[in-house]
Design a protein around this ligand. Structure first.
Ligand code: G6P
Length: 609
């Protein structure tokens, strides 16, 4: 959802801003823009991807060492150059980039119009720019006063970087409910929506909290609270390495991240399992705390929700606690009735998804303990949750998640095994067997990547023309069908649906015709035959069947193309079935010639509702 960057230092700002923006393009790519301060502030913007902006300014000499930049995911106003950021106040005193949504912008327009402000764009951001300008001129008390008054006056979410014409050596920033980090090294101070944007320059960052502002000078950052008082903050060291945010020879981030999965799931396993024992102590989750929960809620969005659906089956079966999984955007508005002895698990790669964050706050408000399963250290959900279990996926750049998804699954297996053990729902032998099997998953994943990639690529090329696909399965196979189907539609733009296999006959089967692609996931032994019967039903209506199933299952009678995966414990199949489904989506998309890392209309981190 929009990416913002800024730099104030001793190097040419334009180079750093364009480079940082290229790392943030996954947040939005409807338009891009930069403002560079030399003597005056110069603004350049372009519709579409960052490449268009680069082309526009390639022959312009921009020497300034202070600047801000933006890559946009349109909310208010169509994607156009006019609506692109940075936005400028009426007389050019304030130049601003913004990530978020200003909810009361219409009321603010009326206020500003009374004071003769005019608007050239359709954006809430231009309104925000002029509100800052209005307070700046009205009270004449400088940037922090104008920003703080604005924060009190506006409703919504924002991370902003602002340049004031009268303060040539400073960038001002502020945030509420939208992500922002500030980095520093000997060459200057950096600001960005997300860590990968500045990782190449520094791994030392400050976290700025809600309703705080900061002044970025060349060699110093001064933080302020809403009263305008200075607050002290420490630099934190980020453990991600810069190469992890580069393509490193791969054609796309998505395939690079698919191939990183054996490694990142191993890292995640090793951080929680040592000497055949699960240790969650670092998260603050002690045995007594884990024992005390009577109910589990899982809340998430997108693919993280699909991890939640898998985790629901596993946690409920293993721990015998009631588990309810919900989509965060639904949860937050349904006035949920929560058991105070429950545990709310929020799953999120970014830790910034607006609906998931709001759901977390609702749980806390109702006195329910919260656990974040989070990838980005220091993100809002990680900071606000009572307990955090980090996934060690490293920076994920492709919009469609793969490696973060897989590490979230791993954490949910570990958590389920540990709670089941502590609650004595499984004996020591089963506990050790489950741990041992979890530890085999990195190698089994690698085995799938090594042995199946070529054949999946081949079959994928045959399916680039299709309009529809259906993914079916039962139980955990249904859960992973949801993810397979989302993966396909989000990157390839092929309509696809996931269906609980037993539910097909209640409507969806009427869509099956000659050569409709149906992907059957068949890993759960007790219900093999039932899913196979459902596949026979669609095959007899003309469907082309691909199955994903363990080596030991003979599906030759029903399957037109079989993807054999290694055997594992019934709970852990999602980790193995998802790999071929990711590869299938990736290669179908590549064969269609689409931009697989940046699918249209999507953003990786959804920080607005
Ligand atoms: C976006 C991404 C998905 C992700 C979802 C939730 O839609 O494209 O890949 O699953 O947001 O994001 P989160 O950061 O909360 O996991």
């Amino acid at each position: 959802m929009c990416g913002i960057v800024g730099y104030n230092g001793t190097k040419r700002a334009v180079d750093i801003l364009l480079d940082s923006l290229s790392k943030l393009e996954y947040r939005g790519y409807d338009s891009a823009g930069i403002a560079i301060r030399d003597k005056d502030i110069e603004v350049f913007k372009s519709k579409g991807k960052l490449a268009n902006l680069k082309e526009k300014i390639e022959n312009i000499e921009l020497k300034g060492t202070v600047g801000i930049g933006h890559t946009r995911w349109a909310t208010h106003g169509e994607p156009s150059e006019n609506n692109a950021h940075p936005h400028i106040s009426n007389d050019g005193s304030v130049t601003l980039v913004h990530n978020g949504i200003i909810e009361n912008y219409q009321e603010l327009i009326l206020k500003l119009e009374k004071h003769n402000y005019k608007f050239y764009s359709d954006t809430d951001t231009e309104v925000l720019t002029n509100i800052i300008d209005y307070y700046y001129k009205k009270y004449k008390m400088g940037p922090i006063d104008a920003i703080n008054r604005t924060m009190v006056r506006v409703r919504g979410s924002y991370a902003i970087a602002v340049m004031f014409k009268d303060y040539p050596d400073e960038i001002w920033v502020a945030r509420k409910d939208s992500p922002m980090i500030i980095g520093q090294n000997k060459d200057g101070v950096y600001v960005a929506s997300d860590v990968p944007a500045i990782l190449k320059y520094t791994n030392k960052v400050y976290y700025i909290d809600n309703l705080e502002a900061a002044c970025l000078k060349k060699d110093q950052v001064i933080f302020y609270d809403l009263n305008g008082d200075v607050i002290k903050k420490e630099l934190t060291c980020i453990k991600w390495d810069a190469e992890a945010a580069e393509k490193e020879g791969y054609e796309h981030f998505m395939i690079k991240e698919i191939n990183e999965q054996p490694d990142v799931i191993k890292k995640t396993i090793n951080s929680y399992i040592q000497d055949n024992k699960i240790d969650l102590a670092r998260s603050g989750l002690t045995e007594d705390i884990l024992k005390s929960f009577k109910q589990i809620y899982i809340i998430a969005c997108g693919s993280a929700y699909h991890v939640g659906v898998c985790a629901q089956y596993i946690l409920e079966d293993l721990t015998r606690l009631p588990v309810r999984v919900e989509i965060a955007s639904e949860f937050r508005y349904r006035n949920p009735l929560l058991d105070k002895k429950g545990l709310a698990i929020i799953i999120s790669q970014s830790g910034e998804t607006a609906d998931s964050l709001a759901a977390l706050r609702e749980c806390k408000k109702q006195g329910v303990k919260t656990l974040g399963i989070i990838n980005v250290v220091g993100s809002s959900i990680a900071r606000e949750a009572d307990y955090v279990l980090y996934t060690l996926a490293g920076p994920e750049i492709a919009v469609a998640t793969t490696k973060a998804f897989s590490t979230q699954l791993i954490v949910s297996y570990i958590l389920a095994t540990e709670i089941a053990h502590i609650k004595r729902k499984i004996n020591k032998k089963t506990y050790l067997e489950l741990i041992k099997e979890i530890q085999t998953l990195p190698d089994k994943t690698k085995n799938i990547l090594d042995n199946l990639t070529k054949s999946i690529q081949k079959i994928a090329n045959k399916f680039s023309y299709i309009h529809d696909a259906f993914y079916i399965g039962r139980n955990l196979d249904y859960a992973i069908s949801l993810e397979g189907s989302l993966k396909l539609k989000e990157v390839s733009y092929i309509h696809s649906e996931a269906y609980a296999a037993g539910e097909l006959k209640h409507g969806t089967i009427s869509l099956i015709e000659d050569n409709t692609l149906v992907i059957g996931i068949i890993t759960q032994k007790e219900i093999y035959e039932k899913t196979i019967s459902n596949l026979v039903e669609v095959k007899s209506r003309g469907a082309y069947i691909i199955t994903v199933n363990p080596n030991d299952l003979d599906v030759s009678k029903v399957s037109n193309f079989t993807i054999n995966i290694p055997e594992t414990n019934k709970y852990f199949y999602p980790s193995l079935t998802v790999i071929p489904l990711q590869l299938l989506s990736y290669y179908i998309t590549v064969s269609k010639g689409l931009d697989v890392d940046k699918p249209r209309n999507l953003a990786k981190s959804v920080t607005v509702e």
